[in-house]
Design a protein around this ligand. Structure first.
Ligand code: DX5
Ligand code: ZN
Length: 221
C-alpha cells in the first residue's frame, strides 16, 4: 500500500486568516497544501495567483501542490516556481491553450514535480501519451471551477486505468483525486488506486481539522 497523502485545498479556507488556516491544517496532520489557481477563462471562476502561493510557502514546511486551471500555463509556470511550488499540475484539454509536453518539461527543468490533470468529460486516452513524463496525475472528480460540488463516482474508471498503468512500471505516478472528497469518497478512491486526496470543503468546513483529515486518510483502513 502506498502512503496516503491528504492535501487540503485552501480554496475553502477562511482567507481573512489564511496564514493561521495553513498552520492549523499542518498541525492537524496534512501532508501537502493544495492551491487551486483559476483564471476566469479555462474555468468559470477566478481564485488567486502567485502572491498567495508565496504566502502559503512562507507559512508551511509542507510541499505546496499547485493546480493550474488556467490558459497558457507555460507563461505562468516560472512565477509559481518562484513563489515556492513543489509540484505544478496543468490541464491536458485543448482549451488550456498550451503545448502540454513543453510545459511539463519546463516544470521539471525548473526543479518542480510535473503533474497533469483531466476534467470529468476528458477521456483517459488523452493523458496516456504523457504518463511517463509526469510525477502525478490529477483526476478531477468534479467539473473544475468551484469547491463544494458532488463527487462523480464514474471517475473511478480513470483511477483504475491509472493504477493499472502503475502496476507495469517501476516509476510510479501519484494518483490524485480532486473534488467532493470526504471520508466516504476518499475510501472509494483509495480502493480504486488513488493515493493523493485533495479536499477543500470537508476539511475547512469541519469543526475539527485533525478529525476530518484522519477520516479521509483512515478511509484506507
Ligand atoms: C475544483 C478544485 C478543487 C476544489 C475541491 O475546481 O480543483 O481542488 O477546491 O473542493 P471540494 O473539496 O470542496 O470539492
Ligand atoms: Zn484542485
Amino acid at each position: 500500500m502506498r502512503k496516503i497523502i491528504v492535501a487540503p485545498s485552501i480554496l475553502a479556507a477562511d482567507f481573512s486568516r489564511l496564514a493561521d488556516e495553513i498552520r492549523r491544517v499542518e498541525q492537524a496532520g496534512a501532508d501537502w497544501i493544495h492551491c487551486d489557481i483559476m483564471d476566469g477563462h479555462f474555468v468559470d471562476n477566478i481564485s488567486f495567483g502567485p502572491a498567495i502561493v508565496d504566502l502559503v510557502r512562507k507559512n508551511t514546511k509542507l510541499p505546496v501542490d499547485v493546480h493550474l486551471m488556467i490558459e497558457h500555463a507555460d507563461h505562468y509556470v516560472p512565477r509559481f516556481v518562484k513563489a515556492g511550488a513543489n509540484s505544478i499540475t496543468v490541464h491536458v484539454e485543448r482549451e488550456a491553450n498550451h503545448d502540454v509536453e513543453k510545459t511539463l518539461h519546463a516544470i521539471r527543468d525548473a526543479g518542480c514535480r510535473p503533474g497533469l490533470s483531466l476534467n470529468p468529460a476528458t477521456p483517459f486516452e488523452s493523458v496516456e501519451p504523457f504518463l511517463d513524463k509526469i510525477e502525478l496525475l490529477l483526476i478531477m472528480t468534479v467539473h473544475p471551477g468551484f469547491g463544494g460540488q458532488s463527487f462523480r463516482p464514474e471517475m473511478m474508471k480513470k483511477v483504475k486505468r491509472a493504477a493499472e498503468w502503475n502496476k507495469s512500471r517501476e516509476h510510479k505516478i501519484e494518483i490524485e483525486v480532486d473534488g467532493g472528497i470526504n471520508a466516504d469518497t476518499a475510501r472509494l478512491s483509495i480502493q480504486n488506486g488513488a493515493n493523493v486526496l485533495v479536499a477543500g470543503t470537508s476539511i475547512f468546513r469541519a469543526k475539527d481539522y485533525r478529525e476530518a483529515i484522519e477520516a479521509i486518510r483512515g478511509a484506507s483502513l
